[in-house]
Design a protein around this ligand. Structure first.
Ligand SMILES: Cc1ncc(COP(=O)(O)O)c(C=O)c1O
Length: 395
């Protein structure tokens, strides 16, 4: 017997990795210089040198038995303290180590958070456009993901639609800012409005609605963009974070969930997450990378290339006739496709060896995602192809 639920998931393969696989095949066929691959959110800048130095110092300076031993489910106590201290410096909330739960990236933080604060059968609300993996995490928690349609003029939250969809069965809401795929950063006004709505609905329904704030792109902010720290606006917030993008360590699978100390039963939520780990077999983030994160969490890779790439692409695309809301952070942008069917648009781009991801995957048809975490030379080389693509639509 093989579980049908997972067999069914095979039929809904991860399109982003499929496009990336196709790009690899084309690279072998026509040479890497002739393929413009904007499919995958894999950082294009190396981790800062302090990361390698920390790995060396930790591996050379720690007794191997202690270094490679099991870590407690929530993480190594000193690591949790260090993360809390760094977070407090950045955001002005008084986290203690006990509020930090170390995880294998933001993915595991999200999956733990969703299971910890919902009952099976509940709904979890997300805002389009959003990360496609929210649906399997929610399903894993026995919940249903409902997606609020996007406000495609600004990609801030469509508050009217959100209010309608925030029905009594919703037990958690996921917000992602800076956003994958739009690159939009939620304004203070948006965050405040969402917090007010959650307060109102929690009071009306007689149960607290949790806010799960997905923040792997928190440090990937462009100049002039203000990024409110979301947990400061709503007490019952779990912040899910990852060092994948800020330190360029996606393969090391290291991140955390931080439960706002002001949340109802904050300590219990953390204890419950340890029980969630038992049911999934997560059982702690990698011990070496926890220690590295504790030493380097105040740093980032040199992220400046992402803003440079954004500026080049945005100016050129607008000149060629694409409509695009300017991103405030991350390494994505989400222009309008030049035909209604974004999948057909992306297929046409693919024929030109330009790899883009249709917005349908993010719950927002009619748009496409560009992951510009690539060398700037590649962005510059791709511009004539974007132009040719626009011209093929008579733009
Ligand atoms: C919005 C969003 N959330 C969560 C994740 C998962 O992050 P990680 O790979 O660090 O677990 C990603 C990864 O790309 C993401 O884009």
């Amino acid at each position: 017997m093989i579980r049908k639920q997972y067999i069914d998931m095979l039929g809904k393969k991860d399109i982003i990795f499929e496009i990336f696989g196709y790009a690899n095949a084309r690279r072998a066929e026509v040479g890497p210089d002739n393929v413009y691959d904007f499919s995958l959110g894999n950082p294009s800048v190396p981790a800062p040198p302090e990361v390698a130095a920390a790995v060396r110092e930790i591996t050379e300076g720690t007794d191997p038995l202690s270094l490679h031993g099991y870590s407690p489910a929530g993480g190594i106590p000193q690591v949790r303290e260090a993360i809390a201290k760094d977070l407090n410096r950045r955001c002005g909330i008084s986290y203690e180590g006990k509020h930090i739960f170390m995880t294998c990236g933001a993915a595991a933080a999200l999956a733990h958070a969703m299971r910890a604060v919902t009952e099976p059968g509940a709904a979890i609300l997300a805002f389009a456009p959003c990360f496609p993996e929210y649906a399997p995490y929610a399903e894993g928690a026995g919940c249903v993901l409902k997606t609020v349609p996007a406000d495609t003029e600004s990609f801030q939250i469509n508050m009217e639609a959100a209010e309608k969809m925030l029905t009594p069965d919703v037990q958690a809401v996921i917000l992602n800012s800076p956003n994958n795929p739009s690159g939009i950063v939620c304004s203070t006004q948006t965050v405040q409005a969402l917090a007010d709505l959650l307060e109102r609905k929690s009071a009306e329904y007689g149960h607290r609605i949790w806010l799960i704030s997905d923040e792997p792109y928190r440090e990937l902010l462009f100049s002039g963009t203000d990024s409110p720290y979301i947990a400061s606006y709503y007490a019952d917030t779990i912040t899910c974070y990852s060092f994948s993008k800020s330190l360029s360590l996606p393969g090391e699978r290291i991140g955390y969930a931080a439960v706002n100390p002001a949340a109802e039963n904050a300590d219990l939520v953390i204890s419950v997450m340890a029980q969630v780990s038992r049911t999934t077999g997560h059982n702690g983030a990698p011990a070496l990378w926890q220690r590295v994160a504790a030493r380097t969490c105040h740093l980032t890779a040199d992220l400046s290339v992402y803003e440079k790439n954004k500026d080049i692409l945005l100016a050129a695309l607008r000149e060629y006739g694409y409509h695009c809301v300017e991103p405030g952070g991350s390494f994505y942008m989400f222009p309008r496709a030049l035909e209604e069917d974004a999948e057909a648009f992306c297929r046409r781009a693919m024929e030109m060896d330009l790899m883009l991801v249709p917005g349908d995957n993010f719950g927002c048809p009619g748009h496409f995602r560009i992951a510009y975490c690539v060398p700037t030379e590649k962005v510059l080389a791709s511009l004539p192809v974007f132009k040719r693509l626009a011209e093929s639509y008579g733009a």
